[in-house]
Design a protein around this ligand. Structure first.
Ligand code: NAI
Length: 261
């Protein structure tokens, strides 16, 4: 039996991962806003430090894996770009950094961070937003994002996923991660049938854009599809997987970007 932490465990893909891990006999420490072992708002510094301390306490300081699935989508809403950056980026990077010593203590651990194919298929994400997010300067990123008006949440979402993917790839190959036996990788889904997607498509403009979005296999993903990929990324099969971005999106990215090489 191994011990895992899963954020975003109460819904969608995180819930599917939690179910798969428990069914395989592992112990899971759930982190979410509701219906979880540790209730914490990963969008705030206090929530992130409470979640980190809670996981370290419950795990006894040794974790075999962490799955960072908590996130919000690009729906409209007050101050949404800021919340997207705080939850999707800081809620992943800062919490995973706090858990690193427990992962290192296992000697052979796995960490899976959630990106999105939005990171590679959203046009026009300004480099200065990405640079600001990388530097942790959320206010600076938000000032530029305001210029995008109604599509600011979409640009913020893509930028948050670029920033988190970039962070994971840089960290994954360092002595603190690869050298400590931790295999850190990114899973980048395309549209998956979860409450996050339902909320996004409740916005008529987003629903219209979605109808024009190519998904070559002919439909959206199921949380279980993604959970199966997470299980592989947590398994011994991932011993040689390090800093990789696994795109699981029904072919959208290939459709939009094939031929760029
Ligand atoms: P979901 O909405 O079903 O689940 C997300 C979970 O994160 C919820 O349980 C929610 O309570 C939790 N969460 C949200 N804000 C939080 C906060 N401040 N603190 C703690 N927990 C918080 O979403 P889904 O679809 O399962 O998303 C999982 C991951 O996959 C996210 O990172 C998302 O960005 C990513 N993703 C999802 C896609 C989709 O189409 N569903 C596409 C691409 C990426």
């Amino acid at each position: 039996m191994s011990s895992y932490a899963v954020t975003g465990s109460a819904s969608g893909i995180g819930a599917a991962v939690t179910g798969r891990l428990r069914a395989a006999g592992h112990s899971v420490i759930e982190v979410d806003l509701h219906d979880a072992d540790i209730l914490a708002d990963l969008g705030t510094p206090e929530g992130r430090s409470a979640a980190g301390a809670g996981v370290l306490e419950r795990s006894g300081g040794v974790l075999d894996g962490a799955v960072l699935a908590a996130g919000i989508g690009p729906s409209p809403g007050p101050d949404r770009p800021r919340k997207i950056a705080q939850i999707n980026q800081l809620g992943t990077v800062e919490l995973l950094t706090a858990l690193r010593p427990a992962l290192a203590a296992s000697g052979d651990a796995r960490a899976v961070v959630f990106g999105s194919n939005s990171a590679s298929v959203t046009p026009g994400v300004p480099r200065r937003v990405i640079r600001a997010l990388r530097a942790g300067e959320i206010d600076r990123a938000v000032r530029t994002l305001r210029l995008f008006g109604p599509v600011a949440p979409n640009i913020a979402y893509a930028a948050s996923k670029i920033a988190v993917t970039d962070w994971a790839r840089r960290a994954a190959v360092t002595p603190a991660w690869a050298g400590a036996g931790i295999r850190l990788n990114v899973l980048s889904p395309g549209p998956v049938q979860t409450p996050l997607l339902d909320e996004e498509l409740a916005n008529p403009a987003a629903a219209r854009a979605f109808r024009a979005f190519p998904i070559p296999i002919g439909g959206v993903g199921d949380p279980g599809h993604l959970a199966d990929w997470v299980m592989t990324m947590l398994s011994p099969a991932a011993a040689f997987l390090c800093g990789s971005v696994i795109v699981v999106d029904g072919g959208s990215e290939a459709w939009l970007r094939a031929g760029e090489w």
